[in-house]
Ligand binder design. Structure first.
Ligand SMILES: NC(=O)c1ccc[n+]([C@@H]2O[C@H](COP(=O)([O-])OP(=O)(O)OC[C@H]3O[C@@H](n4cnc5c(N)ncnc54)[C@H](OP(=O)(O)O)[C@@H]3O)[C@@H](O)[C@H]2O)c1
Length: 251
């Protein structure tokens, strides 16, 4: 499908992977709204890149732990664009807590991770489902993690939230068919991102060693895969792993 003139909302477009997805969409002729929660500089950079492609770009403040903020952001995006064709649920939050350290993973941290990474994408999809259905070729792309496939990554809460997001993808694919396709990308370690820099070096090196391609994922490859899911007409409820080929994630 030609994406020229489509309208997309990329949550977390102020961040590393969201910024790459926003730029790739704009390069393919898409008008793009990006969300940020505090990083206005990152949002400004993404908007400048979108506009440099000759597309409409604007930023929306969104704290997706807060249902009111979700409703407001959805309203603003719908209002500015007059509809929506593509929702990329990319925003996410993590904190490093070793799996064995059960006591440190308290209720507040659990709720923050699950509300941001799992409930937020559901509430955003629900808030924008009407517009995506009206589009006639609506697309939702969720950005999960290989931590949702294997019991690993930054914390039990993060791993569980991303496993939930992978399954939410399938549930929404059923719920929103035939008007909207819903697919998921699971990055492994993504070099040159804030999240990767925050990972303990030992864990990052282990991911690099396991990747059979000799390199882990890149934000640009994730963005390319997002474009594929936007363009295809007959793929829904699917997961694509972008991780340099870790054998443990070759399901
Ligand atoms: N980087 C990796 O190695 C890696 C690996 C696997 C999966 N992922 C996933 O890829 C996605 C993007 O990660 P990234 O590396 O680009 O991280 P990032 O640069 O830290 O970006 C995270 C984005 O999420 C936003 N955000 C955080 N909390 C939020 C909240 N409560 N409500 C709304 N937005 C919120 C941030 O907003 P502000 O910028 O305004 O703070 C930022 O735009 C995430 O879902 C992450 O779990 C990343």
């Amino acid at each position: 499908m030609d994406l020229t003139g489509k309208r997309a909302f990329v949550t977390g477009g102020s961040g590393d992977i969201g910024g790459a997805i926003a730029r790739a969409l704009a390069g393919a002729g898409v008008d793009v709204a990006v969300s940020y929660v505090g990083n206005t500089d990152g949002a400004d950079r993404s908007i400048a890149a979108i506009r440099a492609c000759g597309r409409k770009g604007f930023a929306v403040r969104l704290d997706q732990r807060d249902p009111t903020s979700i409703a407001d952001a959805a309203e603003k995006v719908r209002g500015e664009f007059g509809g929506l064709d593509i929702l990329v649920n990319n925003a996410g939050w993590n904190i490093g807590i070793p799996f064995k350290d059960l006591e440190t993973l308290n209720e507040d941290i659990w709720d923050r991770v699950l509300e941001t990474n799992l409930r937020g994408p559901f509430l955003l999809s629900r808030a924008l489902a009407g517009s995506l259905r009206e589009s006639g070729s609506g697309r939702i792309i969720n950005i999960a993690s290989v931590g949702g496939l294997i019991p690993g990554s930054s914390s039990i809460a993060y791993s569980s939230s991303k496993a939930g997001l992978i399954h939410l993808t399938r549930c929404l694919a059923v719920a929103l068919a035939p008007d909207v396709t819903v697919n998921c990308i699971a990055p492994g370690l993504v070099e040159n991102t804030r999240m990767a820099r925050n990972l303990p070096e030992k864990q990052a090196n282990a991911a690099r060693r396991q990747a059979v391609l000799g390199k882990v994922g890149s934000a640009d490859d994730i963005a390319e895969q997002a474009l594929v899911f936007c363009r295809t007409e007959t793929i829904t409820g699917q997961l694509m792993v972008v991780d340099g080929g870790m054998p443990g994630c070759m399901h």
